[in-house]
Ligand binder design. Structure first.
Ligand code: PEP
Length: 243
């Protein structure tokens, strides 16, 4: 049976954290739920979410251990706060900050050294998809971004760039094909799907064999919509148990 992972990426937004935590469904037993708030709100998120078993993630982490890197946030400092995960290689970081697979791998490595689980994002652009390059982009993205890392200690998120924030999710079949490819490259690593996941499409996506969860942007900003996706994961787990 899958242990679903439902991760919310709040990007540069922050709902009222205590109200949000109070409105989430109880999850004992349930999926692993992770929220990635903006850096300054990590302590408040830890206070509010630890009580309800929600793990807190950073949205990024420095590739450097420490030193003269103005504006960067180290894995050591994040871990010392109590964060447990770090998203690395989100397509917005790749597009707006020129992050390469090699840099993403360095970030994931430093996260692991400090006990954080990296959530490594990979995905093709619409242009790459049109050119039929999806498999090659994913193969390169995963092999280089997770190069030398222990697959049992990482999470990979398949996030087609064209699906992020557009309201157009990948079909469950396409997402499953990509997740299967990723699972072959990093056996044992949970593979999440991300890109316009909503309460309406979550069931179909999460039902797919190689999709172990979701990385959710827009729909994670409302406790109702995130809660509905968590509830979907809970019911899919129950249904699998009953089989
Ligand atoms: C994301 O930013 O990782 C994401 C998947 O966003 P959205 O769910 O809004 O498409």
């Amino acid at each position: 049976m899958k242990n679903f992972i439902i991760a919310g990426n709040w990007k540069m937004n922050c709902p009222d954290i205590p109200a949000f935590a109070a409105a989430l469904p109880a999850q004992e037993p349930g999926p692993t739920v992770i929220i990635a708030p903006p850096f300054p709100f990590i302590p408040a998120a830890l206070r509010a979410f630890l009580r309800c078993g929600v793990g807190v993630s950073a949205q990024d982490v420095s590739a450097h251990e420490r030193g003269a890197f103005t504006g960067e946030v180290s894995a050591e400092h994040l871990a010392s706060l109590g964060a447990r995960y770090a998203i690395v290689g989100h397509s917005e970081r790749r597009a707006y900050h020129g992050e390469t697979n090699e840099l993403v791998c360095a970030k994931a490595s430093v996260a692991l050294r400090h006990g954080l689980t990296p959530i490594i994002c990979v995905g093709e652009t619409m242009e790459q998809r049109r050119l039929g390059d999806t498999e090659a982009v994913l193969t390169r993205g995963v092999s280089q971004s997770a190069n030398g890392l222990d697959p049992s200690k990482i999470i990979v998120a398949y996030e087609p760039v064209w699906a992020i924030g557009t309201g157009i999710a990948a079909t469950a079949l396409d997402a499953e094909r990509a997740a299967e490819l990723i699972a072959e490259l990093v056996p044992g690593a949970p593979v999440l799907y991300g890109g316009s996941v909503t309460p309406d499409n979550a069931r179909e996506l999460l039902s797919k064999r190689h999709i172990s969860g979701a990385l959710i942007g827009g729909a994670s900003l409302g406790a109702d919509s995130l809660g509905a996706i968590i509830n979907t994961a809970i019911s899919l787990s129950k249904e699998a148990e009953e089989l």
